[in-house]
Design a protein around this ligand. Structure first.
Ligand code: DX5
Ligand code: ZN
Length: 222
């Protein structure tokens, strides 16, 4: 069954530990932590110390999304902080093979994030080394944006490519996932859904997560 990774970007930053407890109790599968450096994207969020603090508070795997330039310098900071999954942006890495290898060497799951306009074929020579692909379905930098509809074709293309190559690479999508679209998106073969504002801006985040998971459990999958 597809998994839910709530993004704390949309949580109340003064109550992050509480927010994490709520989504963990609701049955979230991973915790998505958006790291922004103010260069790769026009926003600044968290550092490795937040990840280290959350590591002590939750048993959820920490899915760290690095929206940073020169990720080679940043990857070790988040490995040491306790990240379990680390994704870097294809558009930010000058040495993809080396950066993905360094994520895996520390025992983290290695993912490559693609912006909406980046073709999946740019991954031709790295896809086999990836544990997951993080398809951005909004432009990175903030939460609560509209899902970019053309992403649906891209998701299907990636799913077909992965199946055609007999790979086990997981597809995680990130941005604009809502109760209203998650069922259809699941039918395209998405494995992990990042959900930010739909959860943390809702009246009852716990109930929202439970409803999202119910929609996924009733789903026939391709
Ligand atoms: C955007 C982040 C996303 C974002 C998702 O740059 O990478 O993870 O928090 O938020 P929603 O679900 O509100 O689009
Ligand atoms: Zn993200």
């Amino acid at each position: 069954m597809p998994q839910i990774a709530p993004s704390i970007l949309s949580a109340d930053f003064s109550k992050i530990a509480e927010a994490v407890k709520i989504v963990e109790e609701a049955g979230a599968d991973l915790l998505h932590i958006d790291i922004m450096d103010g260069h790769f994207v026009p926003n600044l969020t968290f550092g490795p110390k937040l990840v280290a603090s959350l590591k002590e508070k939750t048993s959820l795997p920490l899915d760290v999304h690095l929206m940073v330039d020169n990720p080679q310098y940043i990857i070790p900071l988040f490995q040491d902080a306790g990240a379990d999954w680390i994704s870097i942006h294809l558009e930010a890495s000058k040495h993809l093979n080396r950066d993905i290898s360094s994520i895996k060497q520390a025992g983290c799951k290695a993912g490559l994030a693609l912006n909406p306009a980046s073709s999946i074929h740019l991954m031709n020579d790295i896809i086999k080394d990836l544990d997951f692909v993080l398809l951005m379905t909004v432009n990175p930098g903030s939460g609560a944006q509209e899902f970019i509809e053309s992403s649906q074709t891209k998701i299907s293309q990636l799913k077909n490519w992965i199946k055609g190559q007999n790979l086990n690479t997981l597809i995680e999508i990130d941005g604009g996932v809502k109760e209203i679209n998650i069922k259809d998106l699941s039918e395209l073969g998405v494995d992990i859904f990042v959900v930010g504002s739909e959860v943390f801006k809702s009246e009852d985040p716990k109930a929202t997560i439970i409803r999202l998971k119910n929609k996924l459990s009733k789903q026939g999958r391709k």
